[in-house]
Design a protein around this ligand. Structure first.
Ligand code: PMP
Length: 398
């Protein structure tokens, strides 16, 4: 009898499980629209030019690999702050923001969750219905009771905004509300600027804690436009948490580059918050790795590389938008009667297609087109070569 003999086999991660099934599929036309990863026109994972240039420079002056400070590379944290809050923002000038390098967006969420649990152990966490599934798992593992706020309206093909406001209005003071800053995963439906203002008013009136998850900054409209939502919360005088991920925007998935920022009331409070977050990091993994952070810091800190990054990011954003349009047109051409134009009103990497679980299973089994059972498809994995086949396949199951 071993200590582990009663350990049960955990269910497979649904999305990674799809990947395994996809890899084993012998259909020559198979298309993987399951994972949230951007592929270029050739169906390849891009290695951005700005990243290659930064790496070349870094390699030109090889440096020893000592431990980083607990909160990461100072220039990286500064770069993140400027990107998320705007270089000229009052909160940065006042030293009110505590930012730490984190292991991707997931790592940022986890550090934030652990920190909040310490501050307010009885608080409940609300995530959108539906949300990125790891939100629930991660906040539950951090010890919170996790519930949902209304978000998606299947009949309307959009946001159930009245329902969302009602959920938030009914939340107890101190409730932590996880909000997708842009490019809502999985639905692709974002709030309008006016709706954000209303959410902010409720967060303020009900004394809720907003945790903005920004995993796709730059994929909806642009870096500044997508980041504007953070500015709205700050302008309302709210003390918020923001998790940043560069996995998608720098195509640096495996380097685990992200950050957690906490907006505090003043400089002194920010210093105290930072000191506590550093303990959370220290007792989890001590300090972050160097490479990804060094690359991103080099790009954010150099005007030429930064401009190159913005251009490459715009290229990804525009290609996704073009794929959305071609998907709508292609479905129509393939004989789909219903109006699918809602796909172009969605933003970011995903489309909630409205297809049922049965239809998604048929797509997978009969056509080798892989999306999740919820009907979510990664539009960023479509290209000129596979889109015709995907449209024809969807038309057959609709
Ligand atoms: N939040 C959301 C909404 C996401 O979609 C993702 C990644 N799929 C993350 C956080 C995590 O990002 P990372 O891969 O950088 O950990």
């Amino acid at each position: 009898m071993s200590l582990f003999s009663a350990v049960e086999l955990a269910p497979r991660d649904p999305i990674l499980g799809l990947n395994e099934q996809f890899a084993a599929d012998t259909n020559p036309n198979k298309v993987n629209l399951g994972v949230g990863v951007y592929f270029d026109e050739a169906g390849k994972l891009p290695l951005l030019q700005c990243v290659q240039a930064a790496e070349k420079t870094l390699m030109g002056t090889p440096t020893p690999r000592g431990y980083l400070p607990i909160d990461g590379i100072a220039a990286y944290d500064a770069g993140v702050k400027n990107l998320v809050f705007g270089a000229d923002s009052e909160v940065l000038k006042a030293g009110r923001v505590a930012t730490v390098q984190a292991l991707g967006g997931t790592g940022a969420l986890k550090i934030g969750a652990d920190f909040l649990k310490q501050l307010n152990p009885a608080a409940k966490v609300l995530i959108s219905d539906p949300s990125w599934e790891n939100h629930r798992a991660l906040f539950t593992k951090a010890g919170f009771e996790v519930d949902t706020y209304a978000y998606y309206d299947a009949a309307k093909r959009g946001v159930n905004f009245d329902g969302m406001l009602a959920s938030l209005n009914a939340a107890a003071a101190g409730t932590i509300v996880v909000l997708h800053a842009c490019c809502h995963n999985p639905t692709g439906y974002d709030l309008t600027p006016e709706q954000w203002e209303q959410v902010i008013a409720v967060v303020k009136a009900k004394n809720l804690t907003a945790f903005l998850d920004m995993a796709y900054q730059g994929f909806a409209q642009g870096l500044a436009q997508d980041g504007a939502v953070v500015g709205k919360f700050v302008a309302a005088g709210l003390n918020i948490l923001v998790s940043t991920s560069f996995s998608k925007s720098f195509s640096l998935y495996g380097e685990r580059v992200g950050a957690l920022s906490v907006v505090c009331t003043d400089k002194d409070e920010a210093a105290r918050v930072l000191s506590q977050i550093k303990i959370t990091i220290r007792t989890n993994y001590s300090n972050p790795p160097i490479h990804g952070g060094a690359v991103v810091a080099a790009v954010l800190g150099d005007a030429t590389l930064r401009a190159q990054w913005e251009q490459e990011l715009a290229g990804m954003r525009d290609r996704i938008k073009a794929m959305r349009q071609q998907l709508v047109a292609g479905l129509k051409a393939a004989g789909v009667q219903q109006d699918m134009s809602f796909i172009t009103t969605q933003v970011g990497m995903f489309s909630y297609s409205g297809l049922s679980k049965d239809q998604m299973v048929r797509l997978r089994n009969e056509f080798g087109v892989y999306g999740t059972d919820t009907g979510r498809m990664c539009v960023a994995a479509l290209n000129e070569k596979n889109i015709g086949y995907v449209c024809a396949s969807i038309a057959k199951v609709l």
